[in-house]
Design a protein around this ligand. Sequence first.
Ligand SMILES: Cc1cc2nc3c(=O)[nH]c(=O)nc-3n(C[C@H](O)[C@H](O)[C@H](O)COP(=O)(O)OP(=O)(O)OC[C@H]3O[C@@H](n4cnc5c(N)ncnc54)[C@H](O)[C@@H]3O)c2cc1C
Length: 389
Amino acid sequence: MAEAADAVIIGAGIHGSSLAFHLSQRGLKPVVLERRFVAAGATGRSSGLVRMHYDLEPESALAWASFRYFSRWEEIVGGECGFHRTGFLQIAAPSAEGALRANVAMHQRLGIPSLIVTADDVRRLAPSFVTEDFSVAAYEPESGYADPTASASSLLEAARRQGTRLVQDAPVTAIRVRGAKVEGVDTPGGSFDAPIVVNAAGAWAAEVGRMAGVELPVTTWRHDTAFFVRPPDLGPSHPTVIDFINSMYFRPETGRLTLVGLEDNNPLGLSPEGDGEHALAGFVERAVERICLRIPAMERGALHSAHGGYDGITPDQRAILDQAGPEGFFVACGFSGTGFKIGPAVGACMAERILDGRAVTVDITPFRLSRFSEGKPLTGEHAYDSIWR
Ligand SMILES: Cc1cc2nc3c(=O)[nH]c(=O)nc-3n(C[C@H](O)[C@H](O)[C@H](O)COP(=O)(O)OP(=O)(O)OC[C@H]3O[C@@H](n4cnc5c(N)ncnc54)[C@H](O)[C@@H]3O)c2cc1C
């Protein structure tokens, strides 16, 4: 016999966890079904950057609404999210200075602490950085990084205290639809009946969508990261940085480490079951070259470790947050390699969308599924190049 639940959430990454937290805060008793364990997907591999700098206003708004959680996690959620305030620098080529200035003005309109700083200011903030190749950068003094696994786990812990049930090792194999409505889901260990089923399955979202008869324009995106030990004279820390000039981002990690990710050569369409324990061949060498371009002293650094992960990516590299297909079926997917930092607010918005028909924390209608068939992919008003190439 099927167990009854108020809602079934498929996937226990940051988005399934955040939605469970927000739905159960509203009095529902959802079940979260996870094929492996909490944060087994992209969330557990995420670099955890927490910044508000986007070229698309609704994304900055989601990141800013989420920042409230990261900065007051214990009070709002309980437990830990591992937030470290390092300051965040967005470095861009002089040719992008106009867009950078316009985007910072947009962030300031939203109330985000963000400002334009000069290359001299950056040298003072980070004396080891090369600063000759840009004249200005965007700086967010309050931003930094958090621990994605701790964030998802503590959201789920809080959700469980509020009545959520978490079932791990429970891959959803079928979504049952009766008439035009979802009825429930099946797993090898048992079935669950619920009037609401949410696809928060990350890199597996297209496959889960098909179970409900919904084609989602989401493919897989593989992304590797490497951790390097900094030479002792580089100091205890440095800001978190997205460096468009060198197509990379980097941030400090405890233990005198620097994490590096690259914006190019992130393969699309690979199976998300691939080896995430090791980086792909050639990645570490490219990451070393790239970080040394911005921090030459890293030539004296050492490799600590490297690994990879898989997220779902859409054609415009922005999420899909919507109802889709049968009544009661919702999707929160396609986070395109930047979804961790918006997890708290997306969960709040999806709970509002599901229960009230409309999100008020942030208007998420720009993230509707139909934008692709309407030929209206999301682009910023002062767009940069796509982040992933
Ligand atoms: C290496 C890497 C670095 C990143 N760095 C950053 C960053 O610095 N900042 C940032 O904001 N974002 C970053 N991202 C992106 C961010 O991590 C993701 O967008 C976010 O974690 C996606 O969360 P999710 O809950 O949608 O998916 P996931 O965390 O992938 O969770 C989906 C879950 O669904 C489960 N699942 C799948 N199919 C089924 C099924 N049939 N039944 C049951 N369960 C199922 C999976 O096992 C998985 O646990 C990074 C991503 C990667 C891969």
